[in-house]
Design a protein around this ligand. Structure first.
Ligand code: SF4
Length: 503
């Protein structure tokens, strides 16, 4: 999207959809090698090496905006910041997003860093904030704007500077981890140095489990009820809603990587000496296995674990038996919970030949992958949109669950489709509440197959793709050779504009 006047980024369509290697090279030349190596190790690339969804930095922005007493400042091209703030407010942020603008001169001369520093000093007032987060987007990262040189704290307000470039962080899901992990590291080091603030609703008398991942609000309540017979309570979840919650999360007995892509966050739990359990309490098999794993990691007596399983599983069995799913479904998304949803669908009786996730494979989703693969499900990590669409076209499902472009494609074909983020992630997933909710939305959508077919018929002959809306008359034709001439002109210009300046 972005293409600013930075000398390190001009000419090659730099930004999310072009010039990745140029940006990487520029960032390395500008001293960001260590940061990039860390990002590449934590968030390995897959078959597609560019974000295919929204700007990844949205994940970090969202985590910051959802925290109390936390200010968030973006440093990046105005067009990127416009898109990010638009998306943030679309999702109901209701919080101010700080922005430090720049131009090619202030970037090249290092003035941008000075401007960010000044902004941070202006905003870091302890009466207003616990923390100030500064996020370098693509161009400032590629230009080496050194956020690590910002003061670590100003009058007790923590300053967290992170680089979240689209050419280093493949999905917005993983960008959540960049900020959550950076904050947890800061909090861990604080806790190692001495006493820290107690979280609200602190439960001093019970060992706790910290859930990792943004869950639908009802889910932690349901999971807390599952853990209760084992004498365990919930620690504050991560990403947290308040700085002091980070200490409470670190103080857990066990960390549960419900969303398996939080590599940096998990690293901090491990550094704090906490065992980490993967997968989640999903469906009957998954819930039993997860409660066993949590009980073992937390050293809970077997009888208590069995008690917890009996209580949860009997209710779950009842709901699942009453809400079977009879449909062939393909599933894809970029939330990181795709494998869990697929498990629930399969247990409820659905045929799921394909599940694709834009997130990478980690050991924390291995139990889900193995369970699915044993049942003939093809699991595709770092799935590209093209792979998701190809799977849907091959399978011709009764319902395709996926991202916006996949849902569009499905509707064009008359296949009932559901948008994963708005429909599946916005409902409970775990325990009896999750089983009931998923069955209800699948049933509602698959019944609509007839309606989708009518829609395709209704819109027939109105044109598709570039010819949309021209179906009743001639589709305008490109001037002969124009596209090829334009392509060559762009290539020539890219060579002329190749990066020359040092930043
Ligand atoms: S910051 Fe986001 S929107 Fe801007 S160029 Fe990078 S990936 Fe694209």
């Amino acid at each position: 999207m972005a293409d600013t006047a930075s000398p390190t980024s001009t000419g090659t369509g730099s930004g999310c959809h072009g010039g990745r290697e140029t940006m990487l090279e520029a960032a390395r030349a500008a001293g960001k090698s260590e940061t990039l190596d860390r990002l590449l190790a934590d968030y390995p690339r897959g078959p597609h090496d560019q974000p295919q969804s929204m700007c990844p930095a949205f994940g970090s922005l969202r985590v910051g905006l959802r925290m109390r007493r936390t200010a968030t400042i973006l440093s990046g091209s105005a067009c990127c910041v416009y898109g990010l703030t638009f998306t943030a407010h679309f999702y109901g942020a209701r919080r101010t997003v700080g922005y430090v603008p720049f131009n090619s001169e202030s970037l090249v001369r290092g003035q941008l860093f000075e401007d960010i520093r000044e902004a941070v000093f202006k905003i870091a007032k302890p009466e207003d904030y616990d923390a100030v987060v500064v996020i370098n987007l693509c161009v400032p990262t590629a230009s080496g704007v050194p956020l690590d040189l910002l003061p670590k704290q100003i009058e007790g307000v923590r300053i967290i500077g992170i680089d979240v470039p689209g050419f280093g962080v493949p999905t917005h899901a993983e960008a959540k981890d960049v900020l959550a992990g950076a904050m947890l590291k800061y909090a861990r080091l604080e806790a190692e140095e001495g006493p820290v603030q107690r979280p609200r609703n602190h439960k001093a008398d019970q060992p706790t489990v910290a859930l990792i991942g943004e869950l639908f609000p009802v889910d932690p309540i349901g999971i807390g009820a599952m853990l209760q017979p084992m004498g365990l309570a919930l620690a504050p979840s991560l990403p947290s809603r308040e700085w002091r919650d980070l200490y409470g999360a670190l103080d857990c007995r066990v960390a549960a990587a419900i969303h398996p892509f939080y590599t940096a966050t998990i690293r901090e739990f491990i550094a704090a000496g906490r065992p980490v359990v993967g997968s989640g309490p999903i469906g009957i098999d998954g819930t039993a296995a997860w409660l066993d794993a949590i009980g073992k990691a937390a050293n809970v007596a077997t009888a208590k674990v069995e008690d917890a399983k009996n209580k949860t599983l009997s209710a779950l069995r009842g709901v699942m038996a009453a809400s079977p799913i009879k449909a062939r479904i393909t599933l894809s998304g970029y939330e990181g919970s795709e494998l869990l949803v697929a498990r629930l669908l399969v247990e409820a009786g659905a045929e799921v030949p394909y599940v694709g996730t834009a997130c990478p494979r980690t050991e924390w989703s291995d139990p889900d992958r193995e369970w699915l693969e044993t049942r003939g499900v093809h699991v595709q990590y770092r799935a590209s949109l093209e792979q998701d669409v190809a799977a849907m076209m091959e399978v011709k499902p009764d319902l395709a669950v996926g991202t916006t472009p996949l849902v569009q494609k499905a509707k064009e074909l008359g296949i009932p489709a559901l948008y994963f983020t708005n429909m599946v992630s916005a409902r409970p997933l775990f325990g009896p509440a999750g089983a009931g909710a998923l069955a209800a939305i699948v049933a509602g959508q698959t019944k609509g197959r007839e309606r989708f077919a009518r829609m395709v018929g209704f819109f027939e002959n109105v044109g598709t793709g570039e010819g949309t809306g021209y179906g009743f008359k001639d589709v305008p034709k490109d001037p002969p050779g124009a596209k090829e001439r334009y392509r060559k002109a762009r290539l020539t210009r890219a060579k002329v504009d190749a990066p020359t300046a040092e930043v």
